[in-house]
Design a protein around this ligand. Structure first.
Ligand code: URP
Ligand code: ZN
Ligand code: ZN
Ligand code: ZN
Length: 484
């Protein structure tokens, strides 16, 4: 059985040309003029692009005393509806828990995925067990990225000595460390002060996490990575200071990557102040939305190449879950959705406005991500032999974003009412049509785990275990990754 995508214009990260694309056995087998096949998909007037890769999602994640509401089924269905054909989720061991035990939970829940997926592993505590298991994770489990939280003090946050040791371990294993860069100590102090002063509403969340706490932590993580001889990927880069630190490091020859989210590119701080409680709480995420100056910096970074990818950090909570934080903003589960809307919004606000070329759009939504995560050209490419994860993009198709018609299982959408121009005509996951003209034809369980090989190791400094001085005592709480 073969499928041909006919009469479209192929758009990749560096080329735009007219061609048909033939698919067999889930892979691209031929690209050229006048191809024929058993099934024909009409792509006239459309762009044929590599399906989107979202490098940052949290599906059914235990967090702040609850679980994020979209699971691997609804989350990947939402992704496909918006042209995303692969997601990378964060495996999150509780502090004190075995990384390999946590991974079993992730293996179980991901079997329902509608599209391919991969995992990052999180380092939420440090000890000889973590050190040893990191090697197994890289060499046997197909995971080459490790996330570190510099925020969420008392829950997921790691200290600098732990981060330094873990970064060195990453370098020795050929893995890429990731950071959530916010100064968790300063955030905790500012949160306590705001609460003392009676500012317990959701806007207090934003006030407690100004751009400086992100700028400082980004800079610190970069310097620690440099000392450890490791590259670095900074998740949800949302402000100018963080972007500047990344740009400077790259100019100095470091491999540092920055990941703006579609939410930070489109929404600003006015979402918090003088809004009803639910409205603001639904938009509580870390880092919070910022002002225009920061947004302009992020857009410029994407065009200039100093920021490389656009993600969602999709971590959706219902209004009911958000209301856990009534009376104390520190208890509002942090996170927003965006999986279905990332590609249409970036096209509308990036390509249609002229801020990004179509090729840059493909680079930041797919190809750059595949390269950074070491799955290129199996993913992120329109090339013979690549997986047929393809979006046939109709630049004329429009819609108004609304919770009423979305795939996500939550009861609202932070982009409610926004118009988009540019949507998938077809989304294909390994050659199977999952979305056709807005109709959802996904197959639960079709998605497969994508194993990612380690990079060439750049530093062997910490290949045997060494105790760090005065290690932090970690006790298992028994509650899944709760706290603020
Ligand atoms: O607020 C956010 N970003 N929630 C998801 C977890 C994280 O920090 O990425
Ligand atoms: Zn984060
Ligand atoms: Zn509102
Ligand atoms: Zn996240």
């Amino acid at each position: 059985m073969s499928t041909v995508i006919k009469d479209g214009t192929v758009v990749t990260a560096d080329l735009t040309y007219k061609a048909d694309v033939k698919i067999e056995g889930g892979r691209i087998v031929e690209i050229g003029p006048d191809l024929s096949g058993d099934e024909v998909l009409d792509a006239a007037g459309c762009y044929v692009m590599p399906g989107g890769i979202d490098p940052h999602v949290h599906l059914e994640m235990p967090f702040m005393g609850t679980y994020s509401a979209d699971d691997f089924e609804s989350g990947t269905r939402a992704g496909l509806a918006g042209g995303t054909t692969m997601v990378v989720d964060f495996c999150l061991p509780d502090p004190g828990q075995s990384l390999l035990d946590a991974l079993k939970r992730w293996d179980n829940k991901s079997t329902r995925a509608n599209c391919d997926y991969s995992f990052h592993m999180s380092v939420t505590w440090w000890g000889e067990q973590v050190f040893n298991e990191m090697k197994t994770v890289v060499e046997e489990k197909g995971i080459n990225t490790f996330k570190h939280f510099m925020a969420y003090k008392g829950a997921l946050m790691v200290n600098d000595d732990e981060m330094f040791a873990s970064f060195q371990r990453c370098a020795a294993l050929g893995a890429l460390p990731l950071v959530h860069a916010e100064n968790g100590d300063v955030v905790a102090a500012m949160q306590a002060k705001l609460m003392d002063e009676g500012n317990n509403g959701p806007e207090g969340h934003a006030y407690s996490r100004p751009a400086s706490v992100e700028g400082e932590a980004t800079n610190r993580a970069i310097i620690i990575a440099d000392m450890a001889g490791a590259p670095l990927y900074v998740v949800h880069t949302s402000c100018e200071q963080a972007h500047e630190a990344i740009r400077r490091a790259r100019q100095n020859g470091m491999r540092v990557y920055g990941e703006p989210l579609i939410q930070h590119l489109i929404l600003d701080e006015s979402e918090y102040a003088n809004k009803d409680w639910d409205h603001a709480a639904r938009r509580v995420m870390s880092p919070p939305f910022r002002d225009r100056k920061h947004q302009d910096s992020l857009w410029a970074g994407l065009a200039a190449g100093s920021l490389q990818v656009v993600a969602t950090d999709h971590c959706a909570f219902t209004t009911q879950q958000k209301r856990t934080g009534l009376g104390d903003f520190r208890k509002i589960p942090n996170g927003t959705g965006g999986l279905e809307d990332r590609m249409p919004l970036l096209w509308t606000h990036g390509v249609v406005t002229g801020r990004l070329t179509m090729n840059e759009f493909v680079a930041v939504t797919s190809t750059n991500i595949a390269k950074i995560l070491n799955v290129y050209p199996r993913k992120g490419a329109i090339l013979v032999g690549a997986d047929a994860d393809i979006v046939v993009w109709d630049p004329k198709r429009t819609k108004t974003i609304s919770a009423k018609s979305q795939q996500s299982s939550i009861d609202y959408n932070v982009f409610e009412g926004k118009e988009v121009t540019g949507l998938p005509r077809f989304t294909l996951t390994r050659g199977v049509v999952a979305i056709e003209e807005g109709a959802v034809k996904t197959r639960e369980g079709h998605g497969k785990f994508v194993s990612r090989e380690p990079f060439a190791a750049v530093n062997k400094a910490l290949s045997t275990w060494k105790e760090i001085t005065a290690p932090r005592k970690v006790e298992r709480s028994g509650i899944p990754a709760s706290g603020v």
